[in-house]
Design a protein. Structure first.
Length: 491
């Protein structure tokens, strides 16, 4: 590309033209280096054996500031969540709330509900134990003290959802993580068990274990954590599942006099976790249940009336949490919500692809999940920038959309604090990370130039195979920060 040459994103070379260059020359690497204007530091990493797609432009004019194989299709990892957030905002708007209800056809006679009580999950990605407490208090406020029937968790909208990634499939039997939670329209606390670990009475004593939302854990716990007088705190945890029952196995040490530690592990069955939460809260509220607790995929019967309901947090607040903490559960549940009743992961993927296909000049896309946990998802840096450009021009939605991203200087994820102070204060970004089957490091977001103009950029690095050469955030984000910082300073 001649020095000083710029072009508008809408005039990016079409895929057929780029393919012809590679076929004619037989030198894809040469074509990549020739197309690396504006991304010199990023191009150096590309020459170390990584697949790279990078693109940046000014949003007021469409002027390209840099590109490196901008149309190459790569795994975006959690940058996928930008598509989920944008699609949700366009579908529902920032103030949309998902509603979760307790419904029944039974009559209430002398404080007794005569019939089944049904938890009708509304697909809320952010329901917490506090929300369930409000649901139960709604029953208590009606004077209900006993339920002569069952308590059913209805996940008729979607769930249990089939697993499509190795992480989630393995997590059906055991997990040492929080990010691989199973998916359901009737879930609580992001489908994670939580226990609080505190020091015991003295050195050598077992740690004390409580639930995060009450004095008792909601699932059985094997406590092998010991209180120590010195040496610091180190706790490991695994959730195992056998016979339909989850169990948390804790081991390690906690230092005497230290603060409690909260431990989160994904549950194998979100609906069963919701029922355990309801059962505990009902016991605390003095509401007895005679018929037991069970999950169902059947919708509530016709004529069922609402006995208690909770509206979740507004979508704009949920998106901030989802993007800031890269919450996989929230992203995938939102994508399933986009697909509608009876949603599957394939339906959620189709909904996201349809949204991306509606964005002008986006180009090919294949998003297999809303979270980016699916390693075979594909988009390009030019496509991500097209998305960012599209949302920038949505006047009523852009403030909410950009607010969910992180400024490296003060974002909750400290690993993004790379590059110059100017870079850290002038960008809002979303990152994505995968380590298997090949390493992925991706980033996309906005920047403000020295003259106050808005720009957008995306850079995606994919390893070509498992193992070396290693791909880490220190190298990748440092290179990206160097290139974007130059763009910021020069404009």
């Amino acid at each position: 590309m001649p020095s000083g040459f710029v072009y508008h994103r809408r005039s990016l070379p079409p895929l057929r033209f780029l393919a012809a260059i590679v076929i004619v020359t037989g030198l894809a690497g040469v074509a990549g280096r020739a197309d690396a204007e504006g991304f010199p530091a990023t191009a150096e990493l590309a020459e170390r054996g990584f697949e790279v797609s990078a693109y940046a432009e000014l949003l007021d004019s469409g002027e390209s500031l840099g590109s490196l194989t901008p149309r190459q299709m790569l795994s975006p990892a959690s940058v996928s969540k930008l598509y989920t957030a944008a699609a949700a905002l366009e579908r529902w708007g920032p103030q949309h709330r998902f509603t979760t209800e307790l419904v029944s056809r039974g009559a209430i006679v002398d404080g007794v509900l005569q019939g089944d009580l049904i938890l009708d999950g509304g697909g809320d990605p952010g329901m917490t134990s506090r929300d369930y407490w409000l649901l139960v208090q709604g029953l208590a406020n009606r004077g209900i003290r006993r339920i002569d029937g069952r308590v059913l968790a209805s996940q008729w909208r979607f769930g249990p959802v089939e697993c499509v990634t190795t992480d989630r499939c393995n997590a059906r039997s055991r997990s040492r993580h929080a990010f691989d939670a199973q998916l359901s329209s009737t879930a609580v606390d992001f489908a994670n068990w939580c226990v609080e670990v505190s020091p015991g009475s003295g050195a050598g004593a077992p740690a004390q274990i409580a639930g995060c939302a009450g004095p008792r854990p909601l699932t059985p716990v094997v406590n092998n954590v010991t209180t120590v007088s010195s040496g610091g705190t180190a706790i490991s945890a695994e959730r195992t599942t056998a016979g339909g029952e989850d169990r948390l196995v804790l081991s390690g040490r906690i230092e005497a006099g230290s603060w409690p530690r909260s431990v989160y592990r994904s549950s194998a069955d979100p609906a069963r976790q919701s029922l355990a939460t309801l059962q505990s809260l009902m016991e605390d509220a003095g509401i007895a249940v005679t018929g037991g607790f069970a999950a169902t995929a059947t919708p509530p019967p016709g004529g069922a009336r609402v006995l208690s309901a909770v509206d979740g947090e507004p979508l704009q607040e949920q998106l901030t949490r989802m993007l800031n903490y890269s919450n996989n559960f929230m992203a995938d549940v939102l994508a399933l919500d986009l697909a509608g009743e009876g949603a599957t992961m394939a339906g959620a993927a189709a909904a996201l692809d349809a949204f991306a296909g509606s964005i002008p000049d986006h180009g090919p896309v294949n998003l297999l999940s809303g979270s980016g946990l699916t390693p075979d998802s594909r988009t390009s840096a030019a496509g991500v920038v097209a998305l960012l450009d599209h949302m920038y021009h949505q006047t009523a939605l852009f403030p909410v959309f950009v607010a969910g991203m992180q400024a490296p200087v003060n974002g909750p994820m400290t690993f993004i604090r790379r590059g110059s102070e100017r870079f850290q204060r002038s960008v809002m970004i979303k990152t994505g990370t995968l380590n298997e089957p090949v390493p992925v490091r991706a980033v996309g977001g906005y920047f403000r130039t020295a003259s106050g103009r808005w720009g957008a950029f995306s850079v995606m690095f994919n390893g070509r195979r498992p193992g070396p050469p290693w791909l880490n955030w220190t190298d990748t984000l440092t290179a990206v920060a160097s290139d974007i910082d130059t763009m910021i300073a020069n404009h």
